[in-house]
Design a binder for this molecule. Structure first.
Ligand code: DHE
Length: 494
């Protein structure tokens, strides 16, 4: 018996030793080949952070392929000739592990990452003759660039590199002069559209979700998963102002799902991923007072009514979405919306004398239309498949939505807002994903992304649906019209 237990102990010891040898090898390989670009603690550098939280859906074989073949349009070289298959596999396993200790990324680290390239001239006028309010900012994630597009001539004015993997809508200063971008690795970049120059950048988190600009234009809020924090930056020079550790009233910590500007309320509204609470942070006089609003469950996707009196929130896995009155913090309605509504892409318009909201669903091929006076369902409109984005404009009778999460990924569906029927399907490029729409400032033209690399922007007449122009782009994930954004168009996300 004793001999058997000795043998098992020996076997276990040798397994432990070989496992720790393998991990020592992996960390050695990381030191030799990866550290220069991806940083000591895998927090990123020239290259992105290599933490499981940051790598999203890039896992296993896909990561092996990037290491072996390199990554197009980035500085990531191919290691296929340098490293064996086993060595690549051990690096993949190494970077799939979370860090033993959560990384520290506080005021000091944020401040140290800040770089200002250009001090914007106060009296600057646009250096171009195009209408500065009918410009589009196009985010091209195919090669990590952004294009400033003249919305009348439909010609690019400038194209510049951005940080790796931008996510969420860029945010604009009230006059439309400055645009702020955020990357999933936590970099916030500021660009001066009028002088077509980058102003600077700062790293506000390690794994970030989105940003919002305060109604007075003075403060940027950054929602972080890693560390679990909300960070406030000065919008003028990107200097950190303060950080909030994301914890509920009982001290339980949470990732921050998203932060939104609530313009009429002079505040930020914050969605917390892991606790049943949302926050409202006052931006009045820069006091940043935090108010906690208790919810039934954690809500991480929001839609606001145009006056920001109510928020409609959904939990990722929940079938019921809840409406809260922001003044009282009370739940005023519960809606059955199965199939994962994408409330962040919701739009609103007037139908039959009532203001309604419409949202696509990520797991069902349908658009839900809901009356906003009593939050009752008005109609469920079938589409060819689950979609992600939806857009319209005050001056257009139509709303456009995609089916990008389905076999019909190449099809855009056009909803008539007066009949709530799909009146036309458009295939910008057969077999290629079509998604994300933006109207020009007048609601006369519609820009649709062919979401591929290389991809395209396809411009349509908003009334006749006739194609006007195609512009080559590198996976244009989103495009944002300056006028529509700064005026909080009811047909676009804010
Ligand atoms: Fe997004 C906006 C959350 C996956 C492309 N996405 C947003 C916003 C949130 C959000 C909270 C609103 C932020 C804002 O604009 O201020 N997104 C999430 C998720 O939780 C989800 C499902 C999972 C995740 O990985 O984070 C997710 N998003 C994606 C993608 O896979 C998309 C399609 C490709 C990508 O780039 O990662 C994607 N999200 C976008 C885009 C916007 C966006 C293009 C801006 C939409 C707009 O028009 O304003």
């Amino acid at each position: 018996m004793k001999r058997l237990s000795d043998a098992i102990a020996m076997a276990l010891l040798s397994l432990t030793l070989s496992a720790s040898a393998a991990s020592a090898d992996a960390s050695q390989l990381y030191e030799t080949h990866c550290v220069a670009c991806h940083g000591e603690q895998r927090l990123g550098g020239i290259g992105p952070a290599l933490l499981p939280e940051n790598m999203g859906r890039l896992r296993g074989a896909a990561v092996q392929k990037v290491i072996a073949d390199g990554r197009d349009a980035t500085q990531m070289p191919a290691f296929g000739q340098v490293l064996s298959k086993a060595e690549i596999e051990s690096i993949v396993a190494y970077i799939a592990k979370p860090l033993a200790q959560p990384p520290v990324w506080g005021m000091a680290e944020i401040a140290a990452s800040r770089r200002i390239e250009t001090i914007p001239a106060r009296e600057q006028k646009p250096v171009f003759s195009a209408d500065p309010l009918n410009l589009f900012v196009v985010v091209e994630v195919g090669d990590h660039h952004a294009t400033i597009l003249d919305g009348d001539a439909l010609e690019p004015l400038a194209r510049f590199p951005t940080r790796f993997a931008l996510h969420g809508g860029p945010k604009f200063s009230a006059d439309g002069r400055f645009v702020y971008f955020m990357s999933r690795d936590g970099w916030v970049e500021k660009y001066d559209i009028w002088s077509l120059q980058k102003v600077g950048e700062v790293r506000a988190g390690i794994n970030s979700r989105n940003i919002a600009l305060s109604p007075d234009g003075e403060t940027i809020a950054v929602a972080n998963y890693l560390p679990k924090s909300l960070v406030l930056l000065s919008a003028s020079d990107l200097a950190p102002i303060r950080t909030f550790d994301a914890q509920d009233a009982n001290g339980a910590s949470s990732r921050v799902s998203a932060v939104y500007q609530a313009r009429p309320r002079n505040s930020f509204v914050v969605a917390l991923k892991d606790v049943a609470e949302m926050w409202e942070i006052s931006t009045q006089k820069g006091d940043f007072k935090l108010r906690r609003i208790k919810t039934d469950e954690p809500l991480d996707d929001f839609f606001f009514d145009p006056g920001y009196a109510h928020v409609l929130g959904s939990a990722r896995e929940g079938a019921v979405s809840k409406v809260y009155a922001l003044d009282t913090g009370r739940e005023v309605a519960a809606l059955s919306l199965p199939g994962l509504p994408h409330l962040g892409s919701g739009i609103s318009f007037v139908y039959d004398g009532r203001r309604v909201m419409a949202t696509p669903h990520i797991r069902s091929g349908l658009v839900s239309i809901i009356a906003m006076d009593d939050w009752s369902p008005v109609k469920t409109v079938p589409t060819p498949g689950p979609g992600f984005f939806m857009r319209s404009h005050e001056n257009s009778r139509f709303a456009w939505t995609d089916s990008m999460m389905s076999k019909a990924k190449d099809t855009m569906s056009i909803l008539d807002k007066t009949s709530l029927e799909i009146v036309r399907s458009i295939t910008p490029s057969a077999g290629k994903t079509a998604a994300h729409v933006e109207f020009d400032r007048y609601g006369k033209r519609v820009l649709v992304s062919v979401w591929e690399d290389p991809g395209e922007l396809v411009v349509y007449d908003a009334e006749t649906f006739v194609e006007i122009k195609r512009l080559a782009m590198r996976k244009p994930s989103g495009k944002y019209n300056v006028f529509n954004k700064i005026n909080l168009s009811e047909g676009t996300s804010h």
